[in-house]
Design a protein around this ligand. Structure first.
Ligand code: BEZ
Length: 222
């Protein structure tokens, strides 16, 4: 099983993209899909407000944003007004990204987004807080799942986008708590001689009791 390759032509996201209803991304763009339990809920409102404020940061990184909630287009439009007001802005029916109206939970079911522990008043499961990040090849690069009761940290999401984009193009990996600008690690599979050529800024190898030279740092490549 090769897991979710959500933008495959055969996948729900792929067919949604092909339906042409929304501009879901060109071939150089990255994509982020983030789901929400329900419209007009407190944590979701704070999350979408923050996502709207950070839209320019996602755009700078060439990441197309799409949210999903299991309510109607009409509800989404009305909720957008609340979210903008929460952000201290004009209560417009518009955010810098679309919200998929997954009223019948079709996508939520197909993408495994439902949270069995959070039920609505009719006993139906609500959507969990899923984050899917896709590369320009439209394949899933990262997924994070939060329960409905824990709001996401969008600074962390931007940080993982920075790591995903850096490590997609350079033979490096980002260590614990890495932030853009910090040193990165040379991937363990890269032989020493090749690493020296690829990273002219130098490689610092930390000595370890095992004598194995696997902790190899280099300044973040351009
Ligand atoms: C919220 O967005 O505030 C929320 C939604 C469902 C369950 C708990 C919190």
């Amino acid at each position: 099983n090769r897991g979710h390759l959500l933008w495959d032509p055969a996948s729900p996201m792929g067919s949604w993209r092909e339906s042409g209803k929304r501009r879901a991304g060109s071939f150089s763009e990255w994509g982020i899909l983030f789901s929400h339990p329900r419209d007009f809920t407190p944590v979701c409102t704070t999350e979408l407000g923050r996502a709207a404020k950070l839209a320019h940061e996602f755009s700078k990184r060439n990441v197309k944003m799409i949210a999903l909630s299991i309510d109607s287009v009409q509800d989404h439009l009305s909720w957008c007004k609340d979210i903008n007001a929460y952000n201290g802005e004009q209560p417009a029916e518009k955010l810098p990204f679309p919200i998929i109206a997954d009223k019948n939970r079709e996508l939520a079911v197909k993408l495994g987004m439902l949270d069995p522990d959070e039920l609505d008043k009719d006993g139906m499961p609500l959507t969990a807080r899923v984050v899917f990040i896709f590369g320009p090849d439209k394949k899933l690069k990262l997924s994070i799942l939060y329960p409905a009761t824990t709001g996401r940290n969008f600074d962390e999401i931007l940080r993982v986008v920075d790591s995903l984009q850096l490590t997609a193009y350079k033979k490096v990996a980002t260590p614990v708590d890495w932030k853009p600008g910090d040193s990165v690690m040379v991937v363990p599979t890269l032989p020493e001689e090749e690493a020296k050529k690829l990273f002219p800024k130098g490689i610092f190898t930390k000595e370890l009791p095992s004598g194995k030279k696997y902790l190899r740092y280099t300044p973040q490549p351009e």
